[in-house]
Design a protein around this ligand. Structure first.
Ligand SMILES: [Zn+2]
Length: 392
């Protein structure tokens, strides 16, 4: 089938699905799925698995006790041993239960709002309808080997989902991540990596008036650790340490027995990651003295998504698909990490930000550009078809 005829069929099919795609988006946004609310995350997973199975796909729930399950789904006709195009997305959001009831999905003109509408309920709808579109073209183009992986904990570091994504990368010839495209129709061509971990400090409680010398302050020890961690940041070099939450103690007149911090580190290379985490471990280790016990959790997070020749080739392909559809696609490099770092670090050609256009992510002001949903379903479907032909 020639490119123009294919494009016409794709246009026709996607345009005929507009009511259905926005109905699904509304359904997705109005079902809360905060990362820590595993019941909600799994309820949404069940809905998505049902939707995909009704399209003839084979869904696998990678269940794990006490956690939201990553969902991986093979499109009909995809041999589990075949190399294939992999779409990756996440269904968790940063918004806790009750947010959707307080500010449900709505459309004003060309702007859709609601918790997670761009990051990434819109991206999930985009992925599902792109698969539908590819299936609708099956008579013309044959079977495109295709898989979609929908993770359950991206917003908290992908501790559960990362190993599944790494495993799926082994079978992938190209990866498209469904994170939102940025205004100006910019897909994401690189990202820094990042890791999250907790530090816990234990000291000894004492009455701060009667017997102050008997106490060992966990808060003072954590404060010292915090300042040492802050000194590791070197923003121009591409790495930062942010102690984002500190808590500790139980009253002004009690020497604090316990203190805790939540920490995020950003790094731009694998070497920096190893170096930075090593130095953090040394600082925490060194704090174990004078009655203080300090420990840290294993860092969970994202590998950097760096530019490469293969990624550049995939980016040109996306631009070419855009041109065929009358959409001018830009590329943007951003600092925030995402699951695309996992697939890119595994050496699989990757482009991130293939979802609909969105902005103000992780805030109440988040929005998605309504017209970009059908546009990016077409862009994603055509890019996946082309990538399936050109990558091995
Ligand atoms: Zn996201």
């Amino acid at each position: 089938m020639d490119a123009r005829a294919l494009r016409r069929k794709l246009d026709q099919f996607v345009d005929s699905q507009k009511t259905a795609m926005f109905a699904m988006l509304e359904r997705l946004v109005d079902q809360d799925s905060g990362s820590y609310d595993t019941g909600d995350v799994n309820r949404l997973g069940d809905y998505l698995a049902d939707q995909l199975e009704s399209m003839g796909c084979a869904a696998t729930k990678h269940c794990r006790e006490g956690a939201g399950y990553p969902l991986t789904v093979l499109a009909p006709g995809t041999d589990p041993a075949a190399r294939r195009v992999l779409l990756i997305g996440h269904r968790d959001t940063v918004f806790p239960a009750g947010t959707a009831a307080a500010r449900p999905f709505r459309i004003d003109g060309d702007v859709c709002r609601g918790p997670g509408v761009a990051d990434m309920k819109g991206g999930i709808a985009c992925g599902l309808f792109a698969i539908k579109a590819i299936l609708a073209l099956r008579e013309e183009i044959g079977t495109i080997p295709l898989e979609i992986a929908i993770s359950s904990d991206e917003e908290i570091g992908s501790g559960v989902s990362a190993p599944i994504l790494a495993e799926k990368s082994k079978h992938a010839k190209a990866v498209f991540s469904l994170e939102p495209a940025r205004p100006g129709r910019a897909v994401v061509t690189s990202r820094d990596g990042g890791a999250l971990f907790d530090i816990e400090v234990f000291g000894k409680a004492a009455h701060a008036g009667n017997n102050f010398p008997d106490g060992v302050s966990a808060v003072n020890a954590l404060a010292a650790i915090t300042l040492e961690l802050a000194a590791l940041s070197d923003d121009p070099a591409g790495m930062n340490v942010n102690v984002g939450v500190v808590e500790g103690g139980s009253g002004a007149i009690i020497v604090p027995e316990h203190a805790r911090a939540k920490v995020y580190t950003r790094f731009s290379t694998l070497g920096q990651q190893a170096d930075l985490i090593g130095r953090v471990r040394e600082i925490v280790q060194k704090a174990n003295a004078g009655g203080i016990r300090a420990i840290m959790t294993d860092p969970a997070g994202f590998l950097p998504f760096r530019k490469s020749g293969d990624n550049a080739k995939l980016f040109s392909l996306v631009r070419e698909a855009g041109e065929a559809l009358g959409l001018e696609v830009q590329g943007i490099d951003i600092r925030g990490p995402a699951d695309s770092g996992i697939t890119a670090s595994a050496g699989v050609p990757t482009i991130c930000g293939m979802g609909p256009i969105g902005a103000n992510l992780h805030t109440d002001e988040e929005y998605m550009v309504a017209s970009s949903l059908p546009e990016h379903i077409k862009l994603l479907a055509l890019s996946a078809i082309m990538a399936s032909e050109r990558f091995e």
